[in-house]
Write a new protein. Structure first.
Length: 365
């Protein structure tokens, strides 16, 4: 892009429209990444209750050691910018490029939207439920479809408080006509998250550009999250202005951001996404080949597969094996004389993540 110089310049900059972060404040802050790049989140495996026995030694039942599972969270995004404002150029533009103002513009137009879109994309792809809708919601059924998501979460014991409904402007136009929607004017002074325009079934409604909920050419209509099911760690958020650094007569604006976003596997039922027809990668098929003692996994068109052989969810498990392409044969002869549980999920760069498919197979000796 060129630096525009002119004999007369307006002192006010006509920068592009920008929005503040819509994700900040809607995610859990329980996990601290200070000083580390990777964090293991442990989840205890609770024990089913026993019938109390009034005689004998182990009246409460045989003691068993508490087991746990864990999810490995690694920060992968390391982004930056570096901008110079030459003193000569700025002088000839009537000093309109004030360094601190330009830094704020860069943050609002580039850094914040990128982090928000990335987080929402991760939340959709790793949702506990990605529901395909056969037709686009309209004013007649948008409330019913969102309600179905809320009910599905509640039936899985997801807390009703601290829920957020991220919805594109196109769908919000339909929701706005629903009698079940409570706009800000009806909520008075109730504290809402940034960007929230009301509530629906107790969830704060946060309206975003349709592109924020898009992956390639496919659209997510809305995303429901429960605060404790998602995290958006930002380990480094450094941005500063240096006046007349070595080799530059003017200002140097630089920033760096190390961040990521995750759905917590143990709480994935607290994330629900509704997407367009054809927007979801085909679920993999799992077939046992008795002759070769292999489980054949296939999902047409997938960019890569994740699978596990210990029964854990391949979308979140640290034991998941990633395979490039849409097919793989998994040897299972090590389980001869017992059974093995294989789970698999398919990913595609242009589509939302498939459902998890499971095969439990007894392997002959």
């Amino acid at each position: 892009m060129a630096v525009n110089l002119a004999t007369k310049y307006a002192k006010e900059i006509a920068n592009a429209f920008a929005v503040k972060s819509v994700v900040d404040g809607t995610t859990s802050k329980d996990y601290d990444f200070s000083g580390v790049k990777t964090l293991n989140v442990y989840t205890p495996v609770t024990q089913a209750l026993n019938n109390y026995q009034r005689t004998g030694t182990n009246r409460y039942g045989a003691p068993t050691e508490l087991q746990d599972t864990y999810q490995e969270l690694m920060l992968k995004k390391d982004r930056s910018f570096s901008i110079t404002i030459d003193k000569g150029n700025n002088t000839e533009q009537v000093g309109s490029k004030e360094a601190s103002k330009m830094l704020a513009i860069e943050m609002n137009e580039q850094a914040v939207p990128e982090m928000d879109q990335y987080a929402l994309g991760k939340f959709i792809d790793y949702s506990g439920t990605i529901q395909v809708l056969s037709t686009a919601p309209d004013s007649d059924d948008i409330a019913e479809k969102i309600s179905a998501g809320m009910v599905a979460m509640s039936n899985k014991n997801v807390p009703a408080e601290n829920r957020y409904l991220f919805i594109g402007w196109t769908c919000f136009g339909a929701l706005r006509l629903s009698s079940q929607f409570l706009g800000v004017e009806a909520l008075g002074k109730q504290i809402l998250a940034k960007g929230a325009l009301g509530t629906f079934m107790g969830a704060q409604v946060i309206v975003v550009p349709d592109t924020y909920l898009k992956k390639g050419s496919v659209q997510c209509y809305f995303l429901i999250t429960q605060k404790n099911a998602v995290i958006q760690p930002k380990k480094v958020q450094d941005y500063f202005v240096k006046e007349n650094p070595a080799g530059i007569n003017g200002a140097l604006l630089e920033g760096r951001f190390i961040y990521d976003a995750f759905v917590l596997g143990a709480r994935c039922d607290g994330v629900y996404a509704a997407v367009t027809s054809g927007a979801k990668q085909a679920a993999p098929t799992l077939t046992y080949d008795a002759a070769d003692k292999e489980v054949d996994i296939a999902s047409s068109g997938a960019d890569f597969l994740f699978y596990t052989t210990d029964g854990s969810d391949p979308r979140y498990s640290p034991t998941a094996v990633q395979v490039t392409g849409g097919s793989v044969s998994v040897p299972v002869s090590a389980w001869a004389g017992s059974s093995v549980t294989v789970k698999a999920s398919a990913f595609d760069e242009a589509l939302f993540t498939s459902d998890v498919e499971t095969l439990t197979q007894v392997i002959a000796s």
